[in-house]
Design a binder for this molecule. Structure first.
Ligand code: URA
Length: 295
């Protein structure tokens, strides 16, 4: 028979395994076998069987390939999106995105926008995140950096770029005379996706009105898109980041003015591919030159 000590170390090993696998939130006290539920609509039961397990093991229809979300219209929902939790988050993503846009447009200051986000329940990520990760840095800054979504460190602290990527970003900024007192930093999605998965297109579409409003309220001279998701969401380009990086895209503010949006590599990518830092260095020198020219 296993000793108490063995049981304990097995349990710790199991918990570690779950955390490693990205299972880092507890949603209920007791497990539910959702595959065994028989609350399927009659038409589905007739076609596929009695239980969700039957339905999930049935041959899948071919997935549609959707275009990347455009700035104007939120994307259609795709099949097989992760589950969201909470009543409002179960509204259709298109409706949540429309609601987000209308509410964001009414905010007159960053404080109002942050307060709105604290109350906003249209995005399921807020129910699994520990904290809202709204921004760090100086709202009066002439440069604004936008990443993709917070990770575990940011979720714990409630500020963007707090972990290893953040430390690298700080060093990259310092190399061109910037720091968090002269820059403003935010993310496309202000809540951590569980297990550090990528935000879904629906989550990005719901959160996009908020980051767009945040950019308009900060009104920087130069916007820096860190990585492909930020670049594609904010500039509308479909190019991969290695093609887009180093380019300045026009970014239209709601009042019709244009600012420059520079695409560059995400610090997390640079941690994995340090040899590419030379490309980021080029981009940061271009950023410095753009800021100097804009004074
Ligand atoms: N990566 C991001 O895109 N944003 C953060 O805040 C941290 C890591």
């Amino acid at each position: 028979m296993a000793s108490l000590d063995t049981d304990r170390s097995n349990l710790i090993a199991l918990l570690d395994f779950h955390v490693e696998a990205g299972v880092d939130v507890v949603l209920d006290e007791t497990p539910h076998d959702r595959f065994a539920e028989v609350d399927l609509p009659p038409a589905v039961r007739e076609t596929f069987g009695e239980t969700r397990r039957d339905v999930l093991s049935a041959p899948r229809p071919e997935l549609r390939r959707e275009p990347l979300p455009s700035r104007e219209a939120p994307p259609e929902p795709r099949p097989a999106a992760p589950r969201t939790f909470g009543s409002s988050a179960s509204a259709k993503p298109e409706e949540a995105a429309i609601d987000a846009r209308a509410k964001a447009a009414e905010t007159k200051s960053l404080d109002e926008l942050e307060a709105l986000l604290r109350d906003f329940e249209g995005c399921g990520l807020r129910f699994t995140a520990k904290n809202l990760v709204f921004a760090d840095g100086n709202p009066e800054a002439r440069v604004m950096f936008v990443g993709e979504a917070p990770g575990a460190d940011e979720d714990r602290v409630g500020k963007p770029f707090m972990g290893r990527s953040g430390q690298l970003l700080d060093r990259m900024m310092a190399a061109v005379g910037l720091d968090r007192t002269s820059s403003y930093i935010a993310n496309i999605v202000p809540w951590r996706p569980p297990g550090n998965r990528n935000p879904t297109p629906q989550e990005v579409a719901i959160c996009r009105p908020f980051i767009e409003r945040q950019i308009a309220l900060v009104n920087p001279a130069v916007l820096v898109c860190l990585g492909a998701p930020s670049t594609q969401t904010l500039t509308g380009t479909k190019d991969g980041i290695l093609r887009a990086r180093g380019r300045f895209f026009p970014y239209a503010l709601p009042d019709g003015r244009e600012i420059r949006a520079l695409a560059t590599l995400h610090p997390a990518y640079l941690l994995r591919q340090p040899v590419q830092k030379r490309l980021a260095w080029r981009d940061f020198r271009a950023l410095r030159a753009a800021l100097d020219a804009a004074t």
